[in-house]
Design a binder for this molecule. Structure first.
Ligand code: ADP
Length: 487
């Protein structure tokens, strides 16, 4: 594929350029050669015709007019002479090497009677093999020696009309054209012969090695390294590739190390989590006993200052119990027990539970969709999600502010939104707040949102922050209208 495409790009233009050059060289060479050969042919034909004319002239002066026809036929036998004839000024052929012409009219020659010099034209003979014919016309002038026989005639008694075959043209052209074509072919062979192995050695083989190495890297082998090819451009790519594989190897080693550390950490955390969960479970029972004792002592105590201390201690025990409960739930999440329940009733309950109307506490306003269908889910867990959102909203809301709780349905979900009028969640914390143990509060556990999100996911729903980076944080949780398929 690679080889084909590279050669397909190079060879056709190369062939085209060489063919074009060959044609141009042949054309220009032929034209130059034509000029030179034509000139030579003219000189040869004129010289030949002058010799013939002189011979004929001597015959005529000797009064051997009757031998003229015979002499012309003998001259016409020469391979160089196509035809030789004597033409009178009125165009009548008086003798010719082609006897059948004798006595016929050659109208084309009449015009020549007015001239007084040589006339020549060159024509190409069409019959095979094609050759050039130089047509030379020489005048027999009416000199004083001719007056005896031709007194009454004009300045030219007759014309010697001779066609000389000039085969050098045809031979020269044919030789030159075949030489030129052969030379073009040789150039082409040489170019391809040098180019193809050169390309293969300098570019294609290294590229193939590079492609093979890429395949190995793709399969995960990062020990590969491609040897330099000795070509600057290819070697730049090769060294870039080797560097890239080296970087990749390093990055993978770092990633592997991080993954190993992470695994170790996860394992340690799992052990610690299990331990913490076991501890939390064990501690909660005695803790509730201690709280019951504290409550009795508080009720029976008559000293107000001691009573306050006991109440504070009992309050701290409630907080510890809450932390342990969240820790337990985080470490050992319970699968939801799906039951039908009234969604809006649950919302009203949770709001009533969370908003006791204390001094400075924000107000809660409900904006509920009363057409909601019966919801399916673990009502206890959904309530826990909502209570967590409401408590967070109370913490974030302005003093004496407002928390709006709304519900609705759409896209196969029943949803509930809790929006406060607080500072909102910075954009760079939008996801962090859902991670376990992230908290910005001095007495927070950082488990509320992560537990809530997991509860919603176990229900096939979602919990999202609607407006990261904006004031008045708005959280929405969505519960599928139909219960999740049992897994
Ligand atoms: P906690 O309440 O114990 O801190 P959460 O998981 O419930 O744990 O909340 C994690 C953090 O998310 C909070 O400490 C707080 O920084 C941020 N957060 C939660 N709700 C809001 C809110 N309504 N407005 C602003 N920040 C909030």
């Amino acid at each position: 594929m690679l080889t084909g495409s590279l050669f397909r790009r190079l060879i056709p233009p190369l062939v085209l350029v060489i063919a074009l050059l060959t044609v141009v060289v042949t054309f220009v060479g032929r034209s130059k050669m034509n000029d030179a050969l034509t000139d030579r042919a003219r000189r040869r034909a004129v010289a030949l015709s002058a010799v013939e004319r002189d011979g004929i002239l001597r015959l005529m002066r000797a009064g051997a007019h009757s031998d003229l026809q015979y002499v012309l036929e003998q001259i016409g036998r020469s391979p160089d002479i196509d035809v030789v004839r004597l033409v009178r000024p009125d165009g009548l052929v008086s003798s010719s090497s082609h006897p059948h012409e004798t006595g016929s009219l050659l109208p084309g020659h009449v015009v020549q009677a007015d001239g007084d010099g040589d006339l020549m034209r060159i024509t190409a003979r069409a019959e095979a093999p094609p050759s050039l014919v130089v047509h030379v016309v020489q005048p027999f002038r009416n000199t004083p020696e001719c007056q005896e026989c031709h007194r009454e005639q004009g300045p030219v008694i007759a014309w010697l009309d001779i066609d000389v075959d000039v085969n050098e043209h045809a031979i020269g052209f044919a030789t030159f054209t075949s030489l030129s074509a052969a030379l073009g072919g040789l150039y082409l062979l040489a170019a391809v012969g040098i180019l193809v192995p050169g390309l293969r050695r300098a570019a294609l083989s290294p590229l193939k090695r590079l492609t093979d190495a890429m395949g190995l890297v793709r399969d995960g082998d990062l020990a590969v390294s491609v040897a330099p090819a000795g070509t600057r451009e290819i070697d730049t790519v090769v060294s870039g590739f080797n560097r890239m594989v080296g970087d990749l190897k390093q990055a993978r080693a770092v990633e592997e190390e991080a993954r190993r550390n992470q695994m170790e950490r996860v394992e340690q955390l799992a052990v610690v989590g299990e331990l913490a969960a076991g501890l939390a479970h064990e501690v909660r029972n005695p803790l509730s006993g201690v709280k019951a004792v504290l409550d009795v002592l508080t009720r029976e105590c008559e000293d107000e200052s001691r009573k306050r201390v006991l109440k504070d201690a009992s309050g701290e025990l409630v907080r510890i119990d809450q932390i342990l409960k969240e820790l337990l739930q985080f470490a050992r999440p319970k699968p939801p027990a799906i039951q039908p329940f009234g969604f809006n009733d649950l919302v009203r309950d949770a709001v009533a539970l969370s908003f006791t109307g204390g001094v400075g506490q924000p107000r809660a306003r409900c904006d509920l969709d009363e057409t909601l269908p019966t919801a399916m889910g673990d009502a206890g867990q959904i309530r826990q999600v909502l209570v967590n959102l409401l408590i967070n909203a109370q913490h974030a809301a302005m003093r004496g502010g407002e928390v709006v709780v709304s519900s609705g349905q759409g896209d196969g979900y029943i949803w509930c939104r809790v929006q406060d009028d607080g500072p909102g969640v910075p954009i760079d914390r939008a996801e962090t707040i859902f991670k376990p143990f992230f908290t910005s509060k001095s007495r927070g556990t950082g488990l509320g949102l992560s537990i809530s999100r997991r509860i919603m996911e176990m229900h096939g729903g979602r919990l999202v922050l609607d407006n990261p980076g904006m004031q008045a944080a708005s959280f929405t949780f969505m519960l599928p209208s139909a219960p999740p398929a049992a897994s």
